[in-house]
Design a protein around this ligand. Structure first.
Ligand code: NI
Length: 135
């Protein structure tokens, strides 16, 4: 019997979507306003879910306090109030789209989650636009 346990979190961050190897015109065509050279910000909403068997002793799939602290250390401390392109090493050569941010977050959290449990990362870039990655 598997149960999914989820924790919501939040961070603000700035980014710019562009490729150094493309002309400004091409970047503008593909990324539109997100190619603004002066960057722009988003209020990212994050939902991290861990699915697995309930531990018979504790009644938990995962202690949400542990999940909360893990998200704080790995995601909030690393991304919150940061310029993703400039200040977060993972995006030095990786376009910080919602898709790529979700994969980076998943890769940061995965080593800390019990191998027997599944991990899913849902990232909202706006209230209407969101992506999901589960490995
Ligand atoms: Ni954007």
């Amino acid at each position: 019997m598997k149960v999914k346990v989820s924790r919501k979190a939040h961070f603000n961050a700035a980014h710019r979507l562009y490729r150094k190897d493309w002309s400004f015109e091409k970047n503008d065509k593909i990324f539109g306003k997100c190619n603004n050279p002066n960057f722009h910000g988003h209020n990212y909403e994050l939902v991290v879910s861990v699915t697995g068997e309930i531990d018979q002793e504790t009644g938990f799939v995962i202690d949400v306090k542990i999940l909360k602290d893990l998200i704080k250390t790995e995601v909030e401390d690393a991304f919150d109030h940061k310029n993703l392109n400039v200040e977060v090493p993972e995006f030095k050569n990786l376009n910080p789209t919602a898709e790529n941010i979700a994969v980076v977050i998943w890769n940061k959290l995965r080593p800390h989650i019990d191998n027997a449990n599944e991990l899913e990362v849902m990232l909202y870039e706006t209230p209407r636009n969101f992506v999901t990655f589960s490995g």
